[in-house]
Design a protein. Sequence first.
Length: 629
Amino acid sequence: MQSGKSKTVSYAGLVILAILFVLLNMVSSNLFQGARVDLTENNLYTLSSGTINIVEGIDEPITLHYFFSDQASQNIPQLRTYANRVRELLQEYAQLSNGKITLNIVDPVPYSEEEDQAAEFGLQGVPVGGAGNTIFFGLAGSNSVGDSEIIPFFQPNKEQFLEYDISKLIYTLLNTKKPVVGLLSRLPMFSSFDVETQRIRDPWVITTQLQQLFEVRNIDFAETEFDDDLELLILVHPKDLSKETLYAVDQYVMGGGNLMVFVDPYAEADVPVMNPDSPIESAGARSSNLSTLFKAWGIDYGAASVVGDRKHALTVDTGDGQQERHFAILGLGKDSLNEQNVMTSGLDVITVAMSGFVKPAEGATVEFEPLIHSSNDSMLIESSKFRFLPKVSSLADNFEPSGEEYVIGGRFQLRATSAFADGPPASDDEDNSGTKAGHIAETAQDVNIIVVADVDMLTDRMWVNVQNFLGQPIYDAWASNADFFINAVDNMLGSSDLISVRGRATATRPFTRVDELRRQADDQFRVQEQALQNKLRTTEQKLAQLQAQRDDQSSALLSPEQSDEIQRFQQEKLQVRKELRKVRHELDKNIRKLGTWLKAINIGLVPVILTIVALIVSAMRVRRRAHRA
């Protein structure tokens, strides 16, 4: 009888526990909805301080409409998982705003008013299945004055930029008046007509991104005066500027204007127009400089030298089906970026091509902060060598690192003096200009100038893949070049809230150990290859000497000495090729060994640890029971 009562009590207890479990889930799902503990190394899922500042700075109500086709996506679990991630993040924004953000979650079912509303906002509907169903997965925001911004479609492969995209939308709604940025470029960064192809040339992606955040004015390179409302001036590849334009830039800085300059000792993006009478490219045709102003401001720029870096060299396609490491096309990772500066902190990699270097001039009174630099496994290469570069691999010949880290981009802070001490330059119809009214000889306070010794880093090919998605361009960034560029513009304009959001680390982490193994094997392989080439040249010289010493010059037969020499060379060649195969085999062997260890740790270590913990707990229980007995 007692046993029956015990069973009844046990069953009742199980029922009560089950009810409590359901109630606990219901309460926790409502009270702690969206809450999480971020245990990732780089805090990938923690809102940045920039986002917090933007949300806390909201002074007028903002309404966010989150459109997701819940019913139409029942059979797409991956998309639904990401949709929950987006919804929870938006709810955190709304909770942080203390009522300033109103979040509406909308399911635009087919043929409904909600679907029409999503289309009116301009969101993209993606067709799925054969029944004509459409999935909406986007965000529309509006402020109190009727301005609206949208995220047409949340791309799952852009999850690392999710917080930035949402923060940028809110930031744009808060700042309806965009800062004015002037862009003076010798390169076709804007949409233009291509004479050679007779087609409209698309603008560079980096220009498009700049236009999304700022009012960008395309300044003619012959401009002699800038608008008073210009808040930032950007010079890209400023070669062959007139004295009048240089003076305009000088006076803009003297008046306290912000300046960013991108120069290049050899810009691949600058394809010169060849002269039919002289098809050889002239020296310096692809280089740019601002020597008149740099000299006056204490900025030293190596206009004739390209930075070669063996450690950060990228592998490129040589065009003949082969791939080689290009010592002047660099992928500069975190160890080459200034983590203490908001412009470069948190960025993954910046790619440059045939870049120069900048530094303070000797004796100049300037405060200099490096932003991007090479490794100490670097040397300077004459830019003229790239005009007729026979093989990419030739850059490795006689490569002797200087042990110095060359700064490719940096910020100069200084009390600047005008490069035109005598006032405006004389025009063509004047003997001399003299000092005219309004000339500024010196800045009233310190000015900031950012100088980057590379132009190609701004081109699409150096950082982004452009794909067409439902008639719309989708940008898949594989490097942080645009992030750095926009960060620098934001910083020069005094806006730093978005910088910390944009500069967050990504979930993708490189296999640094594997890359190091590949670099070591590549260096060994190159040494062996060079030895083979040397032996080949030596043997060819020996054969030529033997041929010259022959008595019968008309005979086509080889002498015994030549035959022996060729046979000896063939044996040496086979031996060297065997050594090359051994080096490659050791490379693959080391990488496979590393992969085996990683698998053993990831697959076997956790179960082993759990088993040990379980055995310890079990042993402790046994000891407690024995102690009680």
